[in-house]
Design a binder for this molecule. Sequence first.
Ligand code: GDP
Ligand code: MN
Length: 429
Amino acid sequence: KDESETYSDHIQQNINYVSDNYNQQDQMFNITQLKEYALNIKGYYLAPGNVQFKYINPKNKIGNPDEILKKHEDLYNWVLTQEINEPKDVDLTNLRPKHTKYERANATIITLVRNSELGDISRTMESFEDKFNKKFNYPYTFINDEPFSDEFKIAVKKLTNAPTYFAVIPQSLWKKPSHIDPDLEKEGINALLEDEVAYADMESYHNMCRFYSGNFYNLPELQKFKYYWRIEPSVQFYTNIDYDVFKYMQKSEKVYGFVVNSYDSAESVKSLWPETLKFLNMEDNYKYVNPNGAFQWLLNDIQYPTKNAVAGGYSTCHFWSNFEIADMDFYRDDAYNEWFKYLDSTGKFYYERWGDAPVHSVGVGLFADKSKVHWFRDIGYYHNPFYNCPNTPSKRGCETATFTNAILNSENCMASWIDYGIDDLAAIY
Ligand code: GDP
Ligand code: MN
């Protein structure tokens, strides 16, 4: 749907939204107040202990959504154009395998993949081995809801010197739970189809989203690992990574690392945020909220107010989960785990089409200290249709600062992360 939407359609819709809201909200607003309103809706402060949002004063964001989008594009361009080599907030000297006794972190590469995707995962592995893993040999854990074929196993083993593990997901962690009501499910799918949500009626995709949201870290084969790097079929890496990213996470005490930050299909997560607020209001669940969470990033709405409105106050900004380097103990802790159990109990992984990316992102935004969330700006990456293409000396194959084709530039949420997620850009990079 977003692909057919032109750049100016997007802008027009957002301008319409702001002026509609103005008319409905308060006829006494004059044009100055309208501007203020358009500005003010961007900044919220979520106070632990209650669900009240309070505006914070926007200082540097003046203008209509089209102007804001332009500013955000400029900011993104400027940051991506700044030369970067490796992160600066940790001493990386001992994080390079110079000898065979190099001690790896407790980590694995993971990928959920089908036998039929052998060709596409092989292309990913070739790029991944070349840029990173041939130097580190972190083990791979291949995950599937069916047994891997011998052909698959033999072929991927040939592409790496690292250990390879093959995990078949227990049905209880994969299949649609028995409490899902078939009528509600049908109704939900019809609504999603109406809204042209991708994969709306593909049950396996719902299974996949639920599995990656709340179950993969409970796989028996992953119990022994703390960190994972998720890869997917048909992705590409463009920069040499010469330091151990897992040890970087460990040393800097980071819990979650990403490369792409984008807006989601709001129709797929209509009630993810409202259900989350319901959860927080139950018992004393606010105790789980981290006082230094990325609340403004979760709730911003100046670039894409229409999405925020459809998603009940959630920006739909999410870390794109086809690339993740993260600490599974974060998910295994009570905060994330109790919240996931609540989300699962609503059935909306099937009645709606909650993706694992927005679920991880809302969880990280609420329950993690935002200083523990890391943008691996130095790592060049592509998964159709978005890039992280930094100005890193070793970068080959993408053009610096390209996010995607111009039509989809409005889907880029990184400026919001730069504004609200990162306290001191210079200290990290
Ligand atoms: P997209 O990136 O959202 O378009 O979704 P993908 O088709 O790439 O799916 C996300 C990940 O889950 C990929 O690594 C897929 O290989 C994997 N995946 C999706 N559905 C299934 C499934 O039914 N079985 C298995 N084994 N893997 C799946
Ligand atoms: Mn994919």
